[in-house]
Design a binder for this molecule. Structure first.
Ligand SMILES: [Zn+2]
Ligand SMILES: [Zn+2]
Ligand SMILES: [Zn+2]
Length: 752
């Protein structure tokens, strides 16, 4: 990555410093060509600095050095812009980059002419992906084109020694975007200093929508539970956790535990939200992430955010993506004022247009490695390289939840930013738009469209339509196959592995609801080897919202006093006694869909242990169970396996009968351990059968720290190696990359 990140000005500076002449230019293939002429030692030291002192965002895949025999006739060092005018074939679009230390210093220095200027940026920092209308990346193709440079900015832009030489986002208070604070109807408040006023209002408990890089955040105090409760009520958001933004690492450490890798992630240029364990000194409002042992924290990444936190009495704010219901994050001022006026008290807006919405990325550290929950702002659309070049460009749409799509061409696969749950029309339209925009930006014309095997997902229907409209080939990939393939892509594997895919639910080859699978997979071919017991989901989807329904279905035939137990929990069923009767009747009739989902087993255990009876957001019962299990001990329930099926009825029955005998947290931990060891054992058996040494683990359960730790121990105990995903989300947000890869391999296979 050497284009659009201030790379040529950097080369210019280190060349001129050594009196070297020559030039630097961007090439079509997204590489950079540098010609230098001069004293031999200077050239060596130039190359040395090029390698060892590169701009923070530059990434080198290869450096090719060549001696030019015929001496070119240079009199100075220059930046050649000519080839910029032509199209690119394998372009790298830089991601959005947090404000750099130099720019931050200026912002905080009263004597600097950019003092307190919230949109300060330079050639090495600032928004990129979210403001690009088309390529090449240039002032006239980004939304900063709305702002004409003042004389001072122009001279910096043209001065090769300046940090802002060729910086496309350059601006200052005289010529750049402006902040404006309005009331909840969009009427501007009379103030010369909107930032200080915003800070004061936040300190007083106001709820304020703040326009950022990739969209709006909704912010309020992280200390005042009253404000957070009001926000939850206004937003009709049950218990789903909010993220917070903390002034710096030191502040973060006052309420959370931060290890070295977490600190690296928090302070990285991508500035993701990092899920951290709450510390014993945790003092922020308990309503931020109710009953969970962790909290999502990010550090500021724009001038506005830094200035706001500098002005605030408290040094942590709730900072959650602003969206309406489950619609995509809001990016435009008018839409925000229209949709959020009943949710927030004020708007802090600016007049720079956002082209592409982009949520904050979310990551956690699992087994000492980063694990992406959401790969979005700061990371997209940087491509991931694949082993064999792709013969036909492929568009893969992913599944339905936490959706991100992928475009594969050549040796690269570009994952989109987080689109969200595509269950409604707004998200569906946003998905369609974004696909069009990214295809246009990358200048790639897909010939194949891939989607999930599920017949009635929005994305499956969209894939059908697109294939029909554009005469593209159409392909479907089984959900868990795609999960394992996404792991194979990221590790550039070329051999068969055993894949463990554990998640909520994915459509199986047999039409069943799968989700606790052991597979044999080489990327293209995939075979189901083992799984969890197929358990009744009483009431279908209802069972995911009221996990006692899972308990009832699983234990109906073994727990004699089950009915008494259910009736003693009548309050946990929205329609009470009647609902229980109807449910029991359904079970008796045997007409109930089955699932081998790991998520549903966690849900059932969570309800059985009293952690969660009513799911208010995806993954809640399992997350609450993990939080309870965090300090638990293993009571070693022996995994029961027959015909490569791990018996989950045995587990539930054990917990049911012993729920008053052991500590809740030990039973919670032991349930994790039972499932992890059991699936690990099946995977190890598959590995022995096939002479395979590597086990891959993917699916949403890979976010679970306890499960992953026990599984890793089990796999190592068997003399095998467990691979996890560190760059592609193991959850459904990473599935499109796996789909694209399976399609790519099948095209290769057909051509052979
Ligand atoms: Zn900067
Ligand atoms: Zn200016
Ligand atoms: Zn999944």
């Amino acid at each position: 990555m050497v284009q659009g990140i201030g790379f040529r000005p950097f080369v210019y500076r280190i060349a001129v410093k050594r009196n070297l002449v020559g030039n630097v230019r961007n090439l079509r293939d997204s590489s950079v060509e540098i010609i230098v002429q001069g004293d031999e030692n200077s050239i060596y030291s130039f190359v040395d600095e090029l390698i060892n002192n590169k701009p923070p965002l530059a990434l080198y895949e290869d450096i090719i050095k060549k001696e030019i025999k015929k001496e070119p006739n240079f009199t100075k060092f220059s930046i050649d812009r000519s080839s910029y005018e032509q199209g690119f074939s394998n372009i790298i679009i830089p991601p959005d980059i947090c404000i750099c230390n130099e720019c931050l210093k200026e912002l905080r220095s009263p004597k600097n002419n950019r003092y307190a200027y919230p949109f300060n940026s330079c050639a090495e920092c600032g928004p990129r992906y979210t403001i690009i209308k088309e390529l090449p990346y240039d002032r006239r193709t980004i939304t900063m084109s709305d702002f004409d440079l003042c004389n001072r900015c122009t001279s910096e832009y043209c001065d090769p020694i300046s940090r802002r030489f060729n910086a496309q986002t350059i601006s200052c208070a005289n010529c750049g975007p402006e902040l404006q604070l309005t009331d909840n109807k969009g009427v501007p408040l009379p103030t010369n200093d909107p930032l200080s006023l915003t800070a004061r209002l936040l300190d007083e408990g106001a709820i304020i929508a703040i326009k950022g890089i990739g969209g709006f955040h909704i912010s309020t105090s992280a200390i005042k539970s009253q404000s957070i409760e009001r926000l939850r009520n206004n937003k009709r958001r049950g218990k789903k956790p909010f993220a917070v933004m903390s002034k710096n690492i030191e502040t973060t450490r006052t309420f959370a535990i931060v290890d070295i890798m977490e600190e690296d992630l928090l302070t990285s240029h991508a500035r993701p939200i990092v899920l951290l364990a709450k510390s014993d000194q945790y003092y922020l409002s308990p309503l931020i992430s109710p009953n969970l042992c962790n909290i999502g924290v990010m550090l500021p990444y724009t001038g506005t955010q830094y200035l706001l936190l500098d002005n605030l009495a408290d040094s942590t704010l709730v900072m959650t993506s602003a969206n309406y219901n489950s619609e995509p994050i809001i990016k435009d001022n008018e839409v925000a004022i229209n949709k959020l006026s009943k949710i927030v008290d004020y708007f802090l807006i600016h007049n720079r247009e956002i082209v592409t919405r982009c949520d904050d990325s979310v990551v956690k550290v699992n087994l000492e490695k980063p694990c992406f929950i959401r790969r979005s702002r700061g990371y997209v659309p940087s491509p991931i390289q694949i082993r064999k070049s792709c013969m036909k460009p492929i568009l893969a749409l992913g599944a339905e939840l936490n959706l991100a799509f992928s475009i594969m061409a050549g040796n690269s696969v570009y994952m989109s930013h987080h689109i969200g749950d595509v269950e409604g029309v707004e998200a569906y339209l946003s998905l369609k738009d974004t696909i069009g925009h990214l295809i246009h930006l990358l200048n790639i014309n897909p010939e194949v469209v891939v989607c999930d095997l599920h017949p009635s997902m929005y994305t499956t229907r969209l894939a059908y339509m697109m294939a029909d409209e554009h005469k593209w080939s159409f392909m479907q990939v089984q959900h868990h196959h795609a999960h394992i393939a996404s792991l194979i892509v990221e590790h550039k594997l070329d051999e068969q592995i055993i894949g463990i895919a554990c998640d909520g639910i994915g459509h199986g080859y047999d039409g069943g609801a799968w989700g606790g699978e052991v597979m044999i997979c080489d990327g293209y071919h995939n075979e189901r080897f083992g799984h969890l017991t197929e358990q009744p989901m009483v009431g279908g989807d209802l069972a995911t919202f009221y996990p006692l329904r899972m308990v009832a279905g699983i234990l109906y035939r073994c727990a004699e006093d089950l009915q008494d137990y259910l009736y003693s929990n009548t309050d946990q069923f929205p329609s009470g006694k009647k609902e229980i009767e109807l449910m029991l009747e359904q079970i008796r009739s045997g007409k109930v869909p089955l699932t081998s989902s790991t998520g549903r087993i966690f849900d059932a255990v969570s309800a059985l242990l009293g952690a969660c009876y009513n799911r208010s957001y995806e993954g809640e019962p399992a997350m609450l169970l993990e939080s309870i299990a965090a300090n638990g001990e293993d009571i070693n329930i022996m995994p029961q396996i027959k015909d490569e099926i791990l018996d989950t009825t045995f587990l539930l029955d054990f917990i049911y009968n012993n729920r008053n005998k052991f500590r809740i947290k030990d039973l919670a931990y032991s349930a994790h351990s039972y499932l992890a060891r059991g699936l690990g054992e099946i995977a190890a058996h598959a590995a022995t059968c096939k002479g395979i040494k590597t086990i891959g683990f993917s699916g949403g359960v890979a976010y679970n720290k306890i499960f992953t730790k026990v599984l890793d121990e089990e796999i190592r105990r068997q003399g095998l190696k467990l691979l996890l995903q560190t760059r592609v989300p193991p959850g459904d947000g990473g599935i499109s990359i796996g789909q694209a890869y399976v399609a790519h391999l099948s095209i290769l296979d057909m051509s052979n």
